[in-house]
Write a protein of this length. Sequence first.
Length: 258
Amino acid sequence: MSKRTPLIAGNWKMNKTATEGVELVKEIAAAVGTESSVNVLLCPPFTALSAVSAAVEGTHLGLGAQNMHDKASGAFTGEISASMLRDLYVTHVILGHSERRSLFGENDAFINRKVLAALSASLKPILCVGELLSEREANQTMEVVRRQIEQGLAGVPAAKAESLVIAYEPVWAIGTGKTATPAMAQEVHAFIRKLLAQQFGAESASRILILYGGSMKPDNADALLAEQDIDGGLIGGASLEAKSFVDLVQIAAKSLRD
Ligand code: PGA
């Protein structure tokens, strides 16, 4: 891992009521509440954001959301705007997760509008990219990732580049127990950093966090986080229990010292 401060982000997906979320936060905070060498982010469902926001106050834990709409307000039944998230002290928002892309039909153009809207509202987007198994097997991984990065980040002003976080999540590894090998992940992370350098310059690109996501667990995190361009993790399944999530934070802290 590089000198970038690692980020371990928990994506709770459609799990945890507000009450359950607060319980989980208490357990996590008790174990890592003051660990400051790693940034830790919790991304609960919308309905738990308010309660979790109150529960993380005074701890080192940050708050993210899992999605938002690109418009500021209006007739968009069921949607949430950037300013609604900001009002709850949310700092980050996951955008373009593969579940949003595949189950809810989000395309690169829509995701790009959300990225721009998040940045204008001073929210940090966590832009998710990654190939399907069929695309990897057809040797299209780099092409797919290039399209998702270039289209997802179109029009992002260079001055805002360092507010971006990218998550490389090979779709075939999400929730499947299969992980990319550290070498496979590093190859794509290095490619993403090259694309970021082309768009924003090498200096800014060297400061942008690129997280790995896809069945990251305490038993494989060490090797993944040892790679040069892997700056942390976007964690689904293993973020739902305090023990595995806290272990991941501690592994990231240790990888900084190694
Ligand atoms: P997983 O999910 O850790 O359960 O594979 C990661 C994600 O979808 O962000």
